[in-house]
Ligand binder design. Structure first.
Ligand code: R5P
Length: 284
């Protein structure tokens, strides 16, 4: 069994190889002077079960993913499972206005053409797996790892910044063994969110805000401001996918005591791995 790691998912590929007791493949990845991508797999993958791990964000990593799939399929592999830890474009999972693409479906259709199986993690739109017609497509949940990270830190409240992710916050709270609550959020545009004030049982408590994605940080900042006003003692911001667009990290550091993400996107705040969860579902 081999794990092939794309350049966006080097840490996670190593962890996954360990969890699966697989060999980490030697891969050469470079860019030509005109920025076109070159990949070469320096292993014999004939008759092997292969896991390709590559986050499909930002766009340049999508092209690298397609080239790695193609290189792997040039061998006579036993099976290829494409693992896309952070599935970019999942937030455009429908036409919001006429004339728009269903971007998540467009990417899913291209990935499924050259794989036998597909695994992703905490995908924003669960409908993504439906677009892998006739192929096994699984969505791994990160909450057990997030719960493990927060357990033992004395967290007394887990907060979801919107109602849509309240179930996830509850699952994390069950692992931590504490209360869960949620806020009511309205997105005004890509950078601005409005949060309805709500009385939270946060006074003098250590609170963790848990979300699937932190992008601009606007959502977490608004939630943290409410918690501060209501006297929270310590605020943790935890998410699966740390996109951290623009100056999100300093914005968050100004209002949160601790920021932590999984390794679906490798970033300066990565402090836990989803490899055990991917390995568990891969063995099912
Ligand atoms: C939205 O529905 C997601 O769950 C996140 O809350 C959102 O993507 C976070 O974005 P930002 O950090 O830009 O507020």
């Amino acid at each position: 069994m081999f794990v092939v790691g794309g350049s966006a998912s080097q840490l996670l590929s190593k962890e996954l190889a360990k969890s699966l007791r697989a060999k980490l493949a030697k891969v050469e990845i470079k860019r030509f002077p005109d920025d076109e991508c070159y990949v070469r797999i320096d292993e014999d993958l004939d008759d092997q079960e292969v896991f390709l791990v590559q986050t499909s964000w930002p766009d340049r990593n999508i092209v690298e993913l397609f080239l790695l799939q193609d290189a792997i399929k040039e061998f006579d592999v036993d099976s290829l499972t494409t693992v896309v830890p952070y599935f970019g474009y999942a937030r455009q999972d429908k036409q919001f206005k006429p004339g728009e693409p269903i971007s998540a479906r467009a990417i899913a259709r291209l990935i499924q053409m050259n794989t036998d199986e597909f695994i992703t993690v905490d995908v924003h739109a669960p409908s993504v797996t439906d677009w892998f017609e006739g192929k096994s497509a699984k969505n791994v949940v990160a909450y057990p790892e997030i719960g493990k990270y927060l357990k033992g830190k004395g967290i007394e409240l887990i907060l979801s910044p919107d109602e849509g992710r309240a179930d996830n916050a509850k699952r994390v709270a069950d692992v931590v063994n504490c209360e869960a609550d949620f806020l009511v959020k309205e997105r005004l545009d890509g950078e601005t969110v409005k949060m309805t004030p709500k009385r939270l049982d946060a006074k003098d408590k250590k609170v963790a805000i848990v979300d699937d994605i932190i992008s601009t940080g606007g959502t977490i900042v608004k939630a943290a401001e409410q918690l501060r006003k209501q006297g929270a003692a310590k605020i943790y911001a935890v998410c699966t996918h740390g996109v951290f667009a623009g100056n999100a990290i300093p914005k968050l550091e100004a209002v949160c005591d601790d920021i932590c993400t999984t390794d679906t996107i490798e970033n300066p705040k990565t402090c836990m791995s989803v490899a055990p969860q991917i390995a568990r579902i891969a063995r099912d």
